[in-house]
Ligand binder design. Structure first.
Ligand code: ATP
Ligand code: MG
Length: 236
């Protein structure tokens, strides 16, 4: 059977993704060699005696910082490009959410963010890849905390609606105007100085690989809500 235009497009994209993933892997090793040698150089120049040596030390610091940044970009890209197959097993999603909330406790405390959960009784078990799903909620929670620089509330609700499990992640943070909202799923779009902008694109890809959907509501100055929906198996 002949391929449709959109199937051809999908194939081209998948191929480009593979190439880019390969390229990222090829860059990773030499970059880590550069990073290691920089670290050794920094140890050599740890105690500068002259102004010239102090300048050298500062330049080494800049180099090390940029190498770190490149490494973060590569790691985020490889995580996004994924390629590894998901290992789906029956998971109680509210337990997984609680685990991730506990994991971000230090950030919640530091950011003066109160977390609240509202779980319906008897949320059905879903076929999920634990690591992928942890990644999803980690990204959403960190974004929420980052959006509340003077503190606020992070609320997670989970329940069943028809043949779906619905999870809502709501924050009382700065919210987003429409022009930001329409770009948040684009890879590398970030408004944070140290952000890679791969958080939400990765979240979306992982949710969709679980046959789920994700949508967002946000209002500037009020807050943001991400809504995730996963089909309950055997009932669609
Ligand atoms: N809960 C939120 N409230 C307000 N703005 C948000 C929220 N979540 C995401 N954003 C906006 O969307 C942008 C993209 O988010 P995304 O998670 O993809 O990247 P990032 O957080 O900037 O960087 P990274 O997650 O890669 O470290 C953020 O820079 C921020 O401006
Ligand atoms: Mg993020």
């Amino acid at each position: 059977m002949a391929m449709t235009e959109s199937e051809k497009q999908d194939k081209r994209l998948a191929f480009l993704g593979q190439l880019a993933g390969g390229l990222a892997h090829e860059i990773k090793n030499p970059l880590s060699t550069i990073g290691l040698n920089l670290q050794l150089l920094q140890e050599d120049w740890a105690n500068p005696q002259t102004e010239r040596e102090r300048r050298t030390k500062r330049k080494l610091e800049i180099l090390a910082k940029e190498v770190k940044r490149l490494q973060t970009i590569l790691e985020d890209f490889l995580r996004f490009a994924g390629g590894h197959k998901l290992d789906k097993k029956p998971v109680q999603i509210v337990e997984l959410i609680d685990e991730v909330l506990e994991f971000v406790t230090p950030q919640l405390v530091e950011g003066k963010v109160d977390s609240r959960t509202m779980y319906e009784e008897g949320v059905p078990v879903l076929p999920l890849d634990r690591n992928a799903m942890k990644q999803v909620f980690l990204n959403l929670f960190l974004n929420a905390i980052q959006a509340m620089p003077v503190g606020g509330e992070l609320m997670v609700r989970c329940g069943r609606a028809g043949d779906e499990v619905v999870v809502e992640v709501t924050d009382t943070g700065e919210g987003m105007p429409p022009e930001v909202l329409e770009r948040i799923w684009v890879p590398y779009y970030s408004r944070r100085r140290s952000g890679t902008g791969m958080g939400l694109p990765t979240v979306r890809r992982l949710v969709e690989e679980h046959d789920g959907t994700i949508s967002v509501w946000s209002e500037k100055g009020k807050g943001t809500r991400f809504t995730l929906r996963f089909p309950v198996p055997g009932e669609e």
